[in-house]
Design a protein. Structure first.
Length: 625
């Protein structure tokens, strides 16, 4: 499989960040210009076994080793504990020692979302530094998104120093060093992190940094959490004789057991009404290509709430209508679930008696979801791309009778005219998405967090190239704004458009996100679907109590604001462009102006006061809250 998830079949994404120096501010930064290094493939080691590094302190060694292991960007949220790293960056810069690009962030959750977005584009983990326990807490719901999306990220967290006496370099020097000393700092993220370790000796620096990057990116990727006490960072660099920089290979993608895959091929060959359910196969470009090859060979339709471009949205075998997906699942004799956490909602979707369900996933058991009880008659632990490629190869070996039957089914499906996007003359979600469809180019990247409008958005938004639709993959709101910064940094030649609800806009700490975008020279356009408050929290009340007082009064407690914020004004206060749109004729010109501003190097926000309609059926695969 490819090392890098290129976001287009047309152009190769640039492999270095869009910024080669820390952005200019009123006070010149001493942070050095990072020198790009070759990045190893996911199953290779990051070095040749050892490296001669011109480092003098543990902090310098940490920064230099991050670069050696392929970390390109360090999102920094500084505090009293980061001082050794800040000085190390200046010292290494003066000596010409390469380190990652350091970008200052004003809020930790935004920084982690940016690192997550960068991962989605490149499949290479980046680093975030946070201030002890309070900075870790500020990562918030973004750690949940990293867990559910299986994203590789390295979080470096300061830790209260241990030393108290006057001779302890970097020791406790403020009352805050006692107040921030908690029994289990890593426990804040332990339920969501893949790996938690503290650096306790400078001699172990090479071991823990190499291990952190290896664990974050390898196997089932995840969050590696490394705590760094300030006094340890002040120590002399570890013994060069034990500084191993190579031998940190990341495992190759998991392959399915041949006999089990042959059983799946047999089931698929005999099925009369097979259906594939997926949400994120397209996160890997090669996996998306193999999915397309398989479904066109066998003529099997694909359903599922997309978190990526699994098939081009104009592909006739992609069934985006919730009602059509529901009917297909209801009549299916074989359901193949590939890289999908929630294939359907049992309360809304029933399968036919005798339907066989097969799961293919790197973690098909999902023990981190205690009550994940979807039926599985056959379950394969495998990388989706590897399994789909081998499955398609096996299908080519089936008998002529089966292949003729598939050919007829595939030909019939491929003759089917793709359903066009529904038109709208109102300023509703359909009108907004229809306008975007007319204005966005095929290579523009949409970062989606429409929340209660996600179902409508993914049903009608046109995206045909791999990697041009991204979403959090988890339940934590406030992801898209920060993620758009990381996506833009990882693909500087592309336009990035965040399509967010008004609640997600507020949860995304727009001031911090827009400031981070300016610091990183990573502008994006945010289109805000303003439906007057928290519709995602309003809808369950009306669903559970359709005859209740809330429905009668047309008001749900806690879901509207007496004085809603002016999102466009927030944007302008941060140096971005900001407009508010209240009629459909205003929308296209406003988006064009926003895109022009982004092309000129600044962020833009277009707040759209959308018309309210009754909530559509979220369909068999449900809606992310």
């Amino acid at each position: 499989m490819s090392e890098v998830n290129d976001m287009s079949e047309v152009n190769e994404i640039e492999r270095t960040p869009s910024v080669n120096t820390v952005p200019t501010t009123a006070t010149p930064s001493p942070v050095p210009v990072p020198v790009p290094v070759p990045v190893p493939s996911v199953h290779q080691s990051a070095g040749d076994g050892s490296a001669t590094l011109d480092v003098r302190t543990c902090a310098e060694e940490v920064l230099a080793l991050l670069q050696v292991h392929g970390i390109e960007v360090l999102f920094l949220n500084p505090g009293t504990d980061s001082a050794p790293l800040q000085e190390a960056a200046a010292a290494l810069g003066n000596r010409g020692v390469p380190i990652p690009l350091i970008v200052t962030s004003t809020f930790e959750a935004v920084a982690l979302a940016a690192a997550h977005g960068y991962w989605q584009v490149t499949r290479r983990p980046q680093a975030v530094f946070v201030h002890v326990d309070v900075g870790t807490q500020n990562l918030g719901a973004m750690v949940h998104n990293v867990l559910r999306d299986r994203a590789g990220v390295v979080v470096l967290a300061g830790r209260t120093p241990y030393g108290e006496d006057s001779l302890a370099a970097g020791g406790r020097s403020s009352p805050i060093h006692w107040l921030q000393d908690v029994p289990d700092q890593a426990g804040i993220v332990r339920s969501y992190a893949k790996w938690c370790v503290e650096l306790t000796r400078a001699d172990d620096t090479a071991r823990v940094v190499g291990r952190a990057v290896q664990v974050a990116a390898g196997g089932r990727p995840g969050l590696a959490y490394l705590t760094l006490p300030r006094d340890v960072l002040m120590d002399e660099a570890g013994d060069p004789g034990v500084r191993r920089t190579g031998g940190w290979a990341r495992p190759a993608p998991a392959a399915p057991e041949p006999g089990a895959l042959a059983e799946v091929a047999g089931l698929l060959a005999r099925a009369e009404h097979p259906v594939i359910v997926t949400s994120r196969v397209g996160r890997d470009v090669e996996a998306g290509r193999e999915l397309r090859r398989l479904v066109e060979l066998v003529g099997v339709p694909v359903v599922g709430r997309p978190e990526a471009v699994n098939l081009p949205t104009d592909h006739p075998l992609l069934r985006r209508s919730p009602s059509e997906a529901s009917e297909l699942l209801k009549s299916a004799d074989l359901v193949l679930v590939v890289a999908c956490d929630v294939p359907w909602i049992p309360a809304r979707q029933q399968l036919a008696p005798g339907c066989v369900v097969v799961h293919i996933d790197p973690d098909p058991v999902r023990a981190d979801m205690p009550m994940w009880t979807f039926p599985a008659h056959l379950s394969l632990t495998a990388d989706a791309g590897v399994a789909l490629r081998e499955l398609a190869d096996l299908m080519h070996e089936e008998d002529d009778t089966s292949r003729q039957r598939w050919g007829r089914r595939s030909a019939e499906s491929l003759r089917r005219d793709p359903t066009g996007s529904p038109a709208s003359s109102e300023l509703d979600v359909l009108g907004v998405v229809g306008t975007l469809n007319s204005l966005l180019g095929p290579e523009d990247v949409v970062v989606e967090e429409a929340v209660s409008n996600t179902g409508t958005v993914v049903e009608v938004l046109d995206r045909t190239l791999p990697g041009t639709l991204l979403s959090a993959g988890g339940p934590g709101l406030g992801w898209a704004l920060g993620a758009s910064v990381g996506v833009k940094m990882a693909s500087p030649g592309r336009r990035v458009v965040a399509l967010v609800g008004d609640g997600a806009f507020l949860f995304g700490s727009p001031v911090s996100a827009l400031c981070l975008a300016a610091e990183a020279s990573a502008p994006f356009l945010a289109v805000v679907l303003d439906n007057d408050g928290y519709r995602a929290s309003r809808r369950p009340v009306l669903e559970l109590f359709p005859q209740g007082i809330s429905a009668e009064q047309g008001l749900v407690v806690g879901t509207s604001f007496a004085q809603p914020p002016d999102q466009a004004a927030v944007a302008r206060a941060c140096g971005a462009s900001g407009e508010t749109v209240t009629t459909l004729p205003e929308l296209a010109p406003a988006i064009r102006r926003g895109l022009q501003v982004v092309d000129e190097g600044r962020c833009a926000v277009v707040s759209v006061r959308i018309t309210q309609r009754s909530s559509p059926d979220p369909g068999p695969t449900g809606a992310r809250q």
